[in-house]
Design a binder for this molecule. Structure first.
Ligand code: P6P
Length: 343
């Protein structure tokens, strides 16, 4: 069968009434920017792009999250900002690497969409050559707002018009949803275009594989201790079967494994991060991944409520994340809600 390119797929989605022309063009611009990020990450040590953004002896380059920036964090952020400045589809952008939303320069036309992105999630893995990725989310700019401020981005995850990620691994793969199924595109480097490789992805309801950073175990809440304890007990425990564990420490890589073969991913609240509300960012990581996973038949909660229903209170708000195969997300969430006296 003739391969379907991303552009053909976007035309299909427009004809189906799932997206409009402006959103279609925006996704093409984001995809093109991610191809450039893929080229930069794939150069590795030969591209002079590894290591910290701050030079030897310079003051460290620290982002709004308080994290030391890698050169590729800065490069990826600049590629996405530059590509989207002139496109004419956006009213503003917001980057996980930057405190405030970025306006579209006055010399360019503005559009009706808001783009949020984590330009290079998992970048601590760059220097050890483990997969990293870009996560993006698209919202509608509220009518009549010409200079969007942070509060205009604070829309629940259910309001997303599009969500996607690009994982820079052995292959460069984009996973994308417009709320009408989750689909996968693989970059054909010879042609230079993303080609549809999986349509209407379905995450298996059951799984034998979980992803969590076990080094935090002593800090977890009791229901998380109980849930993971049952998985570790395996066939001798209440679950009656053995489980396997994976933890890449690159959310995009862990989620892509789950999208591909099932599994469940946890970054629960723990005593260390309780004050911040969690580790992962609602607007830049949790919401886009939650839409992608739900559209593939999976589930995504904070352990207490559906992620997509969380009312945002801040652009860099953090939340606990439970996502993946529905049966395990629902069981772990039930344990937490039971302790809270919720149904
Ligand atoms: P830890 C990467 O920094 C990230 O934001 C996610 O991509 C990843 O899942 C998580 O943090 C890893 O956290 O505490 O295991 O390093």
């Amino acid at each position: 069968m003739k391969p379907v390119s991303l552009i053909q797929f976007l035309i299909e989605e427009r004809r189906a009434g799932h997206i409009n022309a402006e959103l279609s063009l925006l996704i093409e611009v984001v995809a093109r920017a991610c191809k450039r990020i893929s080229v930069a990450t794939n150069k590795g040590a030969l591209g002079g792009v590894l290591g910290m953004a701050a030079g030897e002896g310079d003051a460290a380059s620290i982002n709004v999250q308080g994290e030391a920036q890698k050169k590729l964090d800065v490069i990826s952020n600049e590629i996405l900002l530059e590509a989207n400045a002139w496109g004419g589809h956006l009213a503003a952008c917001a980057s996980e690497e930057m405190e405030d939303p970025q306006p579209i320069p006055d010399m360019y036309p503005k559009g009706n969409h808001l783009l949020l992105f984590d330009p290079l999630d998992g970048s601590s893995n760059i220097d050890v050559n483990i997969s990293v990725g870009t996560i993006f989310s698209v919202l509608r700019c509220p009518d009549g707002v010409t200079e969007p401020k942070a509060e205009h981005f604070l829309q629940a995850g259910t309001e997303q018009l599009a969500a996607g990620y690009v994982v820079y691994g052995p292959a460069t793969v984009m996973v994308l949803t417009f709320g009408h199924g989750t689909h996968e595109f693989t970059l054909d480097r010879e042609v230079g275009s993303f080609v549809l490789s999986r349509r209407e992805i379905r995450i298996p309801e059951a799984t034998g594989e979980f992803a969590i950073n076990m080094s935090n175990q002593r800090h977890w809440e009791a229901p998380m201790q109980r849930y993971v304890g049952e998985l570790l007990a395996g066939r001798d425990g209440p679950r009656g079967r053995d489980f396997n564990m994976r933890w890449v420490a690159s959310m995009v890589a862990d989620v892509h494994r789950i999208i591909t073969r099932g599994g469940v991913f946890f970054y629960p609240l723990d005593a260390k991060i309780r004050a911040q509300g969690g580790k992962l960012r609602l607007m830049y990581e949790a919401n886009p991944m939650a839409l992608i996973v739900e559209q593939a038949g999976g589930a995504a909660t904070t352990g207490r409520e559906r992620i997509l229903d969380v009312p945002p209170t801040g652009l860099h708000q953090r939340v606990p994340v439970f996502l993946g195969s529905r049966e395990e997300v629902e069981r772990a969430t039930h344990y937490h809600r039971e302790v809270d006296g919720l149904r």
